[in-house]
Design a protein around this ligand. Structure first.
Ligand SMILES: *Cc1c(COP(=O)(O)O)cnc(C)c1O
Length: 229
């Protein structure tokens, strides 16, 4: 008998492999990032032991404790929350990826604060694809110029884009917005080069259309851990 977690995990893996198999072009493999905000070290360990190695955290203090407690597991940590200037030093020190860079000032701080002994910090630019005033992210019209500026920073490796599109009821409209993010990615990749290879989009409720459009990283919380407290 499988427990609830095993059932959820298998269902999720199945959804990902079906979506992956259905995409027309060979986009490569999709990396599952477990969005583990509010989840305990015990819950994260369980998911890690099932084979997940990438974890996304939104809140710095909470994340630092988990990173410390789980050090021995050699996990890859992604910062996926809002970034305040006074948090960049700790983010640059403890994370492998940052998905939520949307202004140059933050990128400059991360670059300056990343240790020379560590690998370059992988960063994604968050795009506010629907121009929602309450959401973070750079607007599409400012994207190319921000990408160019970030690419010139020494301790960062600009890897791609991250987006959280507004939910659509209509499947065609959902596909369309993810395709729009993918088109932005393609345009900037032509400018930046081959290392601009990552597209972080898709969560529990919309991972299929995101994968279909070419997501390389999906960030899943609820459908992996169960509903948040
Ligand atoms: C919480 C969170 C997710 C995961 O969302 P679910 O709906 O729980 O899958 C993904 N991305 C970000 C930025 C998040 O904060």
């Amino acid at each position: 008998m499988k427990n609830d977690f095993e059932k959820r995990f298998h269902r999720l893996q199945h959804r990902i492999s079906v979506a992956q198999a259905a995409r027309e072009n060979a986009h490569g493999k999709v990396t599952l990032i477990a969005a583990s905000k509010t989840k305990s070290t015990t819950e994260i360990r369980k998911v890690a032991l099932a084979g997940v190695t990438n974890f996304g955290e939104n809140y710095l203090q909470e994340a630092l404790q988990k990173i410390k407690d789980l050090q021995k597991l050699n996990l890859c940590w992604h910062f996926i929350g809002a970034i305040q200037s006074n948090k960049t030093a700790a983010i640059a020190k403890h994370f492998d990826w940052v998905h939520t860079v949307d202004r140059l000032k933050i990128a400059q701080r991360l670059s300056r604060q990343r240790s020379d002994n560590a690998a370059e910090l992988n960063v994604l630019i968050q795009v506010n694809i629907d121009n929602e005033p309450q959401k973070a992210g750079v607007s599409v019209d400012k994207l190319a110029s921000l990408a160019k500026d970030i690419e010139s920073l020494p301790r960062l490796k600009l890897r791609g884009l991250m987006a959280i599109p507004r939910a659509r009821v209509d499947a065609a409209a959902q596909d369309e917005v993810f395709a729009k993010v993918a088109a932005c990615h393609k345009l900037i990749a032509a400018q930046i080069g081959k290392h601009f290879d990552s597209l972080s989009m898709g969560m529990s409720n919309d991972l299929e259309p995101a994968i279909k459009a070419g997501a390389t990283h999906i960030r899943v919380g609820n459908d992996l851990f169960g509903p948040r407290n």
